[in-house]
Design a protein around this ligand. Structure first.
Ligand code: F6P
Length: 564
């Protein structure tokens, strides 16, 4: 069994080293090393990763790499690519890298090369999305499909929705792609309101094909279709088979729902939900941008997979991202990190990364089951991930980033060129991005504030009163990822970087990043409560709060006027 993180030799050295860096302002680090940017940045083609605005020196990286070596990170990376069952609690391989394997190399799971299956499904996706784009996929009334609605939640929604928004400049005119995830009927009702059943195709994306939200939405969508077409019986079954495609590892259940077997695109148990946008779950992306662009997305991810697999740890971008994040979360007590894309197209990236990171690394026991708050020494695991596009965030929460009391490392992302150039908008966007990381790093000292306020003509008393509020401590860490343009290939690279970053941290924390048992209890209690809410049976053995809320809802239901 691997030693816990806190017992690895480099752990104590890093703790001591953190003490040495305490109080050393990043301004000093930049002043003492004129080549700090060169020392702490690296490039992969047009992608620049600048990590120089962090509380670290060369020795920090050396120690973090030592920690990674002591945690056997390279062996874990090899094990993932070799299709080993890293997901111990579910007995599964973790092989999303096979989905974007653009080489001729095989990818084995349990001794079987899965690449023929991967290519077969990619071929099905191409046939389907080409037919929809060309207008040859006809609905039940012989009309072409103009609108595709993805019904899915979590990993079957967030990644595809993020990618479709990000790649809007690459989108084909037809079909328009929509997303419905929430079991709140408003989501489905509002999305379907402007659509015509005759020209709408539903993609039911659910690995398990049992998820409450997705199946409820799929059944209501089927009702909407059949009502809209005024069909039932054999005609209805035929219509469902033309208007529904399933993406699932549970093909039998999809067929029982009414999907034609040839329209059930397969995914496999070695694809985790939050890592599935590269699989047939990405069909909505391919519908929007075409299969060639979808394959470019895969190529971008494959670029990063190759880099992750082969680059030395100290020059490996996702490894560095993971180690720097761990440096703050484990050694400096940072509880969260912010993802701040200076690109409106990436507005849903923080939401996707929330699931990716928090569902993967929000764990409280080690791989062997030992609790992390047990006798072996406590350390926190997955951080809280949040964020919003710049410059919007600047006018919302940046105040706290600059002058609040919490340490919140931030990732800034920006394209050098806009996909939607408009006057000088992009220059202003980029200037804002650079200004924020500089301000977070430098801050503004009391002396600088005093001098500025005095120069404005304020009295010494007024300067004294105002100055403390106008000081910026600075020394607030940021990474910056710059890239030429947000193409499908670049998007693939960015998402894969974060996937591997999460992997690195999971390995060092010695947790299983690939299960999600923490979502089960709420699901089980929902099934218990549903018949009670429907008054099909009396209240069960709940706590007083839950009973009180049930009573409130029962009273509200009883007082609702009955529809005539
Ligand atoms: O929320 C739990 C979860 O299992 C996620 O991991 C997954 O992405 C989501 O539900 C949807 O699951 P499915 O694709 O099986 O409907």
């Amino acid at each position: 069994m691997r030693k816990p993180l806190t017992e690895l030799p480099a752990y104590d050295r890093l703790r001591a080293h953190r003490g040495e860096l305490e109080g050393v302002h990043m301004r000093t680090l930049f002043a003492s090393d004129p080549e700090r940017f060169e020392h702490f940045s690296c490039a992969l083609d047009d992608l620049l990763f600048d990590y120089s605005k962090n509380r670290l020196v060369g020795h920090t990286i050396e120690l973090l790499v030592e920690l990674a070596e002591q945690a056997h990170l390279s062996a874990a990376i090899d094990a993932m690519f070799a299709g080993k069952h890293l997901n111990l609690t579910e007995g599964r391989a973790v092989l999303h890298v096979a989905l974007r394997n653009r080489s001729e190399q095989p990818a084995y799971v349990d001794g079987r090369d899965v690449m023929p299956d991967v290519r077969r499904v990619l071929g099905q996706m191409r046939a389907l999305t080409d037919a929809i784009g060309a207008g040859t996929w006809l609905g039940a009334t012989g009309e072409r499909i103009t609108d595709v609605v993805n019904l899915g939640i979590g990993g079957s929604h967030l990644g595809p929705e993020m990618a479709v928004r990000a790649l809007r400049p690459y989108a084909r005119e037809v079909p328009r792609v929509h997303f419905v995830s929430n079991v709140d009927g408003a989501d489905l009702v509002e999305t379907l309101r402007p659509l015509r059943p005759q020209q709408t195709l539903f993609l039911v994306a659910s690995k398990t094909f049992t998820t409450l939200e997705t199946l409820t939405n799929a059944r209501s969508a089927r009702r909407w279709l059949l009502d809209g077409l005024a069909l039932s019986g054999q005609g209805g079954a035929e219509a469902v088979s033309r208007h529904f495609v399933a993406i699932t590892a549970n093909v039998d259940e999809a067929v029982r729902f009414g999907v034609a077997a040839e329209h059930a695109l397969e995914l496999w148990d070695w694809v985790g939900g939050r890592y599935s946008l590269w699989s047939a779950v990405g069909t909505s992306i391919a519908c929007a941008v075409g299969m060639d662009a979808f394959e470019e997305l895969l190529t971008g991810a494959h670029d990063i997979d190759e880099h992750f697999r082969t680059a030395p740890l100290g020059q490996n971008i996702p490894v560095l991202m993971g180690l720097i994040g761990l440096w703050y979360h484990t050694f400096w007590g940072a509880e969260s990190y912010a993802v701040l894309p200076y690109d409106q197209s990436l507005e849903r990236l923080p939401a996707h990364l929330q699931q990716l990171d928090m569902e993967s690394n929000g764990k409280r026991v080690r791989r062997g089951g030992e609790p992390l708050d047990g006798p072996l020494g406590a350390y926190g695991t997955g951080p809280i991930v949040w964020g919003a596009p710049g410059t919007n965030g600047q006018h919302a929460f940046f105040q706290l980033l600059h002058q609040g009391t919490r340490l919140i490392p931030c990732d800034f992302l920006a394209p050098a060129e806009s996909e939607r150039p408009l006057g000088d908008h992009h220059e202003k966007l980029l200037a804002s991005c650079l200004a924020q990381t500089e301000a977070l790093m430098r801050g503004r000292t009391r002396e600088e504030v005093d001098a500025a306020l005095t120069a404005e003509g304020l009295s010494p008393e007024r300067v004294e009163a105002l100055a403390p509020h106008r000081v910026f401590p600075g020394d607030r860490p940021t990474n910056t990822l710059l890239f030429r343009r947000l193409t499908p290939r670049t998007l693939g690279r960015l998402v894969a970087l974060y996937e591997h970053k999460v992997f690195v941290q999971g390995v060092l924390w010695d947790i299983n990043s690939f299960d999600q048992w923490g979502v089960e209890l709420g699901k089980a209690l929902t099934s218990d409560l549903l018949p009670e809410l429907r008054a099909e049976r009396g209240p069960g053995a709940h706590d007083g709060s839950t009973l009180g809320q049930l009573a409130y809802l029962a009273a509200a239901a009883a007082s609702r006027p009955r529809p005539r």
